[in-house]
Design a protein around this ligand. Structure first.
Ligand SMILES: [Zn+2]
Length: 477
């Protein structure tokens, strides 16, 4: 009898070939954010389409039209829609939608890479594969291809039907993707039972995790306008209301140095902490030294692990980002700025709605400004996206946890991320299905950074994890 164990064995035997496949993909510099590299994103789409077709899947390139980038009208890279049905009992088997992206962040050797970023380098000593896209997100995307290939090699039918949605603009705000998902939710995306995305990382470097939440964000621009033009403080200082003084006064009322949000009503929007959740944070594999090494210095607000993790994953945070129009060059210019824009954001968690947060902040800022008794004027605008949260007790997660246990021998941590992956929210809302984030790489992979890597063990065991997940999902109910 052929079984998943033979598939796993095959994946081990294929190791060199799987590394070579990743190397081929890394060599295509599919940087989406730079017009000069755009042709390589198309090249990457063609490469991936050919790989999928070789495995017997249908693959269609969906055009997204044009965009304006750096003042040029250029064609957006296509999204790949691909279908691969199980050979037997397809109509009785579940259908899993897989999302991934084949574009990458920019990278130049001169940024501080130790090797050519678009050449996969195998470091024998550390067992790592260095190269742009190795972990974000070419490794995981190719992991799915590796899984299908191994099934075919041992003659085992897929336990589920697969649909793939691979995009080439993820690193550039996924332009056009939301509309495409909405447009096709009643054709290509029908019949999907659950969704899986492998495009994030373990919390640390040792213990695998499943991720079931992402924070949302609201971003604010607070403008204080005063005189018609910049003034000289020697001539006008003391005679006029100064926009920068007003701005600092208002911004100082937003958050304390301990990270406490001062806008009334915000903290009340946060869903109460359950004991099941509190337990998860206690169990998570994390140490404050991980935070210290990530920030290069101990600047932690808390010295408690669970509190620190909750601050990132399950509570909102307010950060001040900058002041547009302020004097920021070296030197001692004695200017009174005519108009300044303070920028800040609030990361959102369930049950915070962006519109509600924006209106609370606007009201509060207007009230605080009114207290100043200034003749300057204030204007505040905000925009944002909602948080995403999935039920970690859903069969999709239970299956992924079992698969993790099988491959890594441990129960995965159930984490949430402090940042955002907007497509997770779009898929969840449009398709109304459970979505799982199933990471392959480690927390220190350096996605978006110099010397991005994936450990060979994460690539190979991660491929096995994706394959085992499909079998566990098929058996789950
Ligand atoms: Zn990514």
């Amino acid at each position: 009898m052929t079984s998943i164990d033979q598939v796993l064995q095959k994946i081990d035997q294929n190791k060199e070939k799987l590394i070579a496949r990743l190397a081929e993909a890394v060599e295509i510099p599919s940087v989406s954010g730079d017009a000069a590299y755009r042709k390589h994103v198309f090249e990457m789409a063609d490469w991936l389409k050919a790989q999928l077709e070789k495995l017997g899947a249908t693959a269609e390139l969906k055009p997204l039209g044009k965009q304006n980038l750096d003042g040029q009208e250029i064609e957006l890279p296509p999204v790949i829609f691909s279908d691969l049905k199980a050979k037997t009992d397809a109509d009785k088997k579940k259908t899993i939608l897989i999302y991934g992206h084949f574009d990458v962040q920019p990278a130049l050797k001169s940024d501080g890479w130790n090797s050519e970023p678009f050449k996969l380098v195998h470091d024998e000593k550390t067992g790592r594969l260095y190269g742009r896209g190795s972990t974000d997100d070419k490794g995981p995307v190719i992991g799915w291809l590796n899984v299908i290939e191994a099934h075919q090699q041992v003659g085992l039918d897929l336990p589920v039907n697969l649909k793939f949605c691979f995009e080439g603009m993820e690193e550039s705000s996924s332009v056009g993707l939301d509309d495409l998902i909405r447009k096709h939710k009643n054709d290509f995306f029908t019949g999907v039972d659950a969704i899986c995305i492998s495009d994030n990382y373990w919390l640390g470097t040792k213990k695998p995790c499943l991720t079931h939440g992402l924070r949302g964000i609201t971003y604010f621009k607070l403008r204080i306008s005063g005189p018609q033009a910049d003034l000289h403080s020697g001539v006008f200082g003391g005679m006029v209301h100064e926009p920068m003084t007003d701005l600092f006064a208002v911004m100082s009322k937003l958050v304390t140095p301990q990270g406490e949000i001062l806008v009334p009503g915000i903290n009340e929007l946060v869903a109460p902490l359950t004991s099941e959740e509190a337990q998860r944070f206690d169990n998570m594999e994390y140490a404050l030294t991980d935070l210290h090494s990530a920030t290069g210095k101990d600047v932690a607000i808390n010295d408690d692990k669970a509190k620190t993790l909750m601050a990132r994953m399950r509570y909102p945070s307010l950060s001040l980002h900058g002041v547009e129009g302020a004097f920021s060059a070296p030197g001692a210019k004695t200017v009174i700025c005519a108009s300044v824009i303070g920028k800040f954001s609030i990361r959102l968690v369930p049950d915070m709605k962006p519109e509600k947060v924006i209106s609370l902040v606007q009201d509060y800022v207007q009230k605080e400004f009114a207290k100043l008794g200034s003749k300057n004027t204030v204007h505040i605008e905000g925009e944002g996206g909602a948080p995403w949260y999935a039920d970690p007790n859903h069969w999709n997660y239970v299956a992924a946890a079992k698969a993790t246990k099988k491959i890594y021998g441990v129960e995965p941590d159930l984490t949430r991320e402090g940042g955002s992956i907007p497509v997770a929210l779009t898929f969840s809302e449009e398709l109304q299905k459970n979505l799982l984030l199933l990471p392959m790489g480690r927390g220190d992979d350096g996605a978006h950074s110099t010397n991005e890597k994936i450990d060979i063990s994460n690539y190979i065991e991660g491929t096995k994890l994706l394959g085992t997940y499909l079998h566990e999902v098929a058996a789950a109910s």
